[in-house]
Design a protein around this ligand. Structure first.
Ligand SMILES: C=C(O[C@@H]1C=C(C(=O)O)C=C[C@H]1O)C(=O)O
Length: 98
């Protein structure tokens, strides 16, 4: 590869990484919105003496995500794996506060 080709590759990579950083900023803002909802769920569960982990609801969320991923042309197993981990982290977050 010539220096010119390498410079072009480096520029393209830098631009894509700027876009990825922008997407990550949006994702963290959305995660904060989701956490605010979970914080309200915690208040209700505490009062109603409900457990943090509700398996039927987990199944429902994951089925919804799989459908959305297919429609959005995102690898469904990737999306479900990300959500599964996020839900586990939110359950642990709930369990620390309920
Ligand atoms: C937020 C809830 O609590 C847990 C967390 C979930 C989530 O992060 O989507 C889903 C199911 C629950 O076990 C809930 O019950 O809705």
């Amino acid at each position: 590869m010539t220096d010119q080709h390498q410079q072009k590759a480096a520029d393209a990579l830098a631009e894509l990484r700027r876009r990825i950083d922008g997407v990550d900023s949006e994702l963290v803002a959305l995660l904060a919105k989701r956490q605010r909802c979970v914080e309200e769920v915690i208040e209700i569960k505490r009062t109603a003496q409900l457990p943090a982990r509700i398996p039927a609801r987990i199944d429902e969320v994951l089925a919804h995500i799989r459908k959305l991923a297919v429609a959005a042309d995102v690898e469904p197993d990737l999306a479900v794996a990300v959500w599964r981990e996020m839900i586990e982290q939110f359950i642990a977050f709930e369990e620390r506060q309920i």
